[in-house]
Design a protein around this ligand. Structure first.
Ligand code: NAP
Length: 297
């Protein structure tokens, strides 16, 4: 693999995360083009960033040394890569920032390697806010030489970039992250529902709990909003549900089982069934309050 830096990027997937990533790559002079399933979003961003229009997909992808993908789920990623794989030049790279399974990452890496194309799994944490500010935490699974070639790209989208190991290890790290996120949400939502039931002054309770051994990011940033029933800002619970299914599969592949993951999948599926899928994961407090209400009367 050549030591040449990767610096001509096509972003594929202009969703809530892909759009700000594309803007930051553009700001750093690294963006050559964009692609999205719904063409209206492509046109809007081409106008916003004054990007050239390519006469065909082949011309777009051949202008790039890197395609950075950020789409919803495993099958979507497999489909989009199948759609552009024939257009890529040997020596090019695909950097995937979606959250998918480690197995999907390894499958894609093998397919691409047979054509002389590198693959890096680079899932991110930090949400839409982090994507906008270019302060994402990026967990990269890749060959070391590829990781080094992509350093300018990673620096444009994130502030904490960590090469965690070979291909698939980035997604494994993200899965571990999501198990922790789910566990913290379970603990805080359950505890604050309990606090409400004890008729505590919630402002004071959150203040004092944040300063002690139970303090954590979720309590600091979502505690005050969830007790006011504000669930519109944050991380959509349907995305955590999707991520936890990936965790469940990865855990099953290790012949194990985690109650925390299974319970969280059940809880978030229930909230989605009730139409709360677009709400922040702290909406879990809705269910935890119900357990206390059931013991009343
Ligand atoms: P989003 O706003 O729903 O955008 C999804 C993107 O994927 C859109 O561009 C969509 O195209 C595209 N897409 C979906 N299925 C496709 C298919 N079959 N073929 C082609 N394109 C397809 O999602 P997001 O919030 O940007 O999340 C993207 C990824 O980042 C997900 O894996 C998510 O888990 C991960 N992530 C999200 C966050 C967050 O806070 N949002 C944080 C960390 C990681 P259309 O425009 O045509 O629908």
């Amino acid at each position: 693999m050549s030591d040449n830096k990767l610096n001509q990027v096509v972003v594929y997937g202009l969703g809530a995360m892909g759009r700000p990533m594309a803007r930051n790559l553009h700001k750093n002079g690294l963006l050559v083009g964009i692609k999205n399933r719904t063409e209206g979003k492509t046109k809007a961003m081409q106008n916003e960033l004054d990007l050239p229009e390519f006469e065909s997909d082949a011309a777009l992808f051949q202008a790039a040394d890197t395609v950075l993908t950020c789409v919803s789920a495993d099958q979507d990623l497999l489909d989009v890569v199948a759609g552009f794989i024939d257009h890529l030049k040997p020596g090019a790279a695909v950097i995937d920032c979606s959250t998918v399974s480690p197995k999907t990452a390894r499958t894609l890496a093998d397919d691409l390697a047979s054509r002389g194309i590198s693959f890096m799994d680079a899932p991110v944490s930090g949400g839409v806010e982090g994507a906008k500010k270019g302060t994402l935490s990026v967990m990269v699974g890749a060959e070391r030489a590829d990781y080094k070639r992509a350093s300018e790209i990673f620096a444009a989208i994130g502030s904490q970039i960590t090469h965690v190991g070979k291909v698939g290890q980035g997604q494994a790290t993200k899965a571990v992250n999501q198990v922790m996120v789910a566990g913290v949400a379970q603990a805080v939502c359950g505890a604050l529902a309990f606090a409400e039931h004890c008729n505590l002054d919630m402002k004071k309770a959150i203040e004092v709990l944040s300063a002690g051994a139970a303090g954590n990011w979720f309590l600091d940033n979502r505690g005050h909003t969830m007790v006011k029933d504000e669930f519109n800002v944050g991380f959509k619970l349907q995305l955590l549900h999707k991520d936890l299914k990936i965790c469940q599969e990865a855990i099953k592949d290790l012949n194990a089982d985690m109650d925390l993951v299974n319970q969280s999948i059940t809880d978030y599926a229930q909230l989605m069934d009730r139409g709360h899928g677009d709400e922040d994961i702290s909406a879990l407090i809705r269910l935890r309050r119900e357990s206390f209400n059931n013991t009343e009367s």
